[in-house]
Design a protein around this ligand. Structure first.
Ligand SMILES: Cc1cc2nc3c(=O)[nH]c(=O)nc-3n(C[C@H](O)[C@H](O)[C@H](O)COP(=O)(O)O)c2cc1C
Length: 168
């Protein structure tokens, strides 16, 4: 089963997180997972994917305008409806709005007819309520995206397990 991760990233943080999700997805037997920047999405691959996880940096506590534009222009064309959907974010402040980005992506996915999944509290620790958020060390020197690697990996694995349960 194919799964896709689609992201916008200008300075590499969200791309790094996307690749960790792919790594976690690939732990599940029978899963082929690929990450795509919005600048180079393999549309045919994503059409075939049963699940799509979408990620963005926090830009003033919102998804990037480029991602929003890409979603508006492509979700119908690709046929997001019926696929499993998830979301993630990166930010530079602990309180930088990541959950709001995730919520707006999940809302977009629901409007597109996707089935949204975060793992929530159902899988125990780490508790990922809406989707994983990573904080980089641009502004908070005690922080760093690598601190959140485990959360992105396990989110990817849980997402792939749920997709397998639903679609296999
Ligand atoms: C225009 C702009 C607005 C931003 N707004 C926020 C913000 O509201 N909160 C925050 O925590 N980080 C904010 N950031 C920082 C980015 O979200 C953060 O560095 C992110 O990890 C960048 O992702 P990327 O490396 O994938 O591009 C902003 C960055 C830019 C360029």
């Amino acid at each position: 089963m194919k799964l896709a991760v689609i992201y916008d990233s200008k300075t590499g943080n969200t791309k790094k997180a996307a690749n960790w999700i792919v790594e976690g997805m690939s732990e599940v037997e029978g899963i082929m997972a690929k990450a795509f920047s919005i600048d180079e999405v393999d549309v045919e691959y994503v059409k075939e994917a049963k699940g799509v996880v979408i990620g963005s940096p926090s830009y003033a506590a919102a998804m990037t305008p480029d991602l929003h534009r890409w979603l508006l222009g492509n979700s119908g064309k690709i046929g997001f409806g019926g696929k499993l959907g998830g979301a993630f974010a990166t930010q530079q402040y602990t309180h930088g709005g990541g959950d709001l980005i995730i919520q707006s992506i999940l809302t977009f996915e629901m409007v597109s007819g996707m089935l949204c999944y975060s793992s929530g509290g159902a899988c125990g620790a780490p508790f990922i309520h809406l989707g994983p958020v990573g904080v980089n060390n641009n502004m908070e020197k005690h922080n760093g995206l690598d601190h959140y690697k485990g959360d992105f990996l396990i989110f990817g694995t849980r997402f792939a397990q749920k997709a397998t349960e639903i679609f296999d």
